[in-house]
Design a binder for this molecule. Sequence first.
Ligand SMILES: [Zn+2]
Ligand SMILES: [Zn+2]
Length: 420
Amino acid sequence: MGGHDLAADVGAFLARHENELIEFRRDLHAHPELANAEHRTTRRVAARLAAAGLRPVILPRGTGLLVDIVPPNCPEPDGNAERPVVALRADLDALPMGDEKDVPYRSTVPNACHACGHDVHTAVLLGAGLFLAAQAAAGLLPGRVRLVFQPAEEAASGALDVLAAGGIASVGRIFALHCDPRLDAGQLGVRSGPITAACDRVQVRVSGPGGHTARPHLTADLVYALGKIITEVPAALSRRVDPRSSLSLVWGRISAGTVANAIPDGGIAEGTVRCLDDEAWHSAPDLLKGLIDSVASVYGVNAEFSYQRFVPPTVNDQGSAAMISAAALDVLGAGSVVHTAQSLGGEDFAWYLESIPGALARLGTRVPGSVVSRDIHQPTFDVDERAIGVGVRVLAATAITALWDDGVMVAQPLPGVTGA
Ligand SMILES: [Zn+2]
Ligand SMILES: [Zn+2]
């Protein structure tokens, strides 16, 4: 951007604010709040943004907030805007587990712990937002940036609430970071295409007339039919979808009958569907229903099928992944950006990417050189807090890169040239 040194600007910002951001993260860590109960966290973030002259808007359910950083003379984000809004997203919620660390900022709330690093995500987005607001005031922000502080990621409902509230209306691209203890602090893991997996729930209830086990031909042999469903449906599935999608159905519960010599009149099987591919994920419910019905009909039982969506796979758009990668190289230097594998975990950021392009990247949080690996969702999870400054650099640079790449220059009056 006109040769202006973004890396130097964000470095100077962090020299003044990095300690504040680390303190902010520690305060959230000591006061974790579960999904949809992030009231204190929401208030603290909103107060800090307001102190910087921004105008945060709390989401309708009372937790989570949005705020736009708007450069002077920036047009309203409607259909005529020359440059689409770029959104940056963090999640606010903690997990329902104890904190087993021995640190001064250990959780003070029983059975609540920031074991997924969402306190880090929140501090990073706050820092990026404060920096971008300063850039906007200095005339160095080329378009509008929306900060999305989302509640309830662990409940897989927060992103849907943001979408329902119109939180990404007129947003053209969205980015997020997630802590990754398998990468060193200072590293960023990037991937084009799917980066997390889909995970859904399936339930099959079978019913029939029931009867004596001496005469299965006079009724419907329900237990046999249920056995066929639980073995043949996963087998048939593997021959009906592209094996590269890794669509898998694994049963976790099965139940039918009460006594050895009576065919029961009802039974149930429950399991999960995991999938790495978005297209296969969309087709899964219809495909499963067809397979279950066809097996059930052979044995004369009735099958009721229910499919509960949890999250789709997070599928990074190629252009967005390239933007975050280029931005990170610019502010972190060569060797800091590494390729990352797809995880079988779920992440509700996927819901945004069902409607707009964007990318999620992995923020390294391991102490460089350390051999101890404390995974996310473990009660001892903690981070190398230098990752916060790294995250601020990456998100801020990514927003500016995306604004420049996506838009044409918005015509603005030259300084000192007003009126006609
Ligand atoms: Zn988590
Ligand atoms: Zn998480």
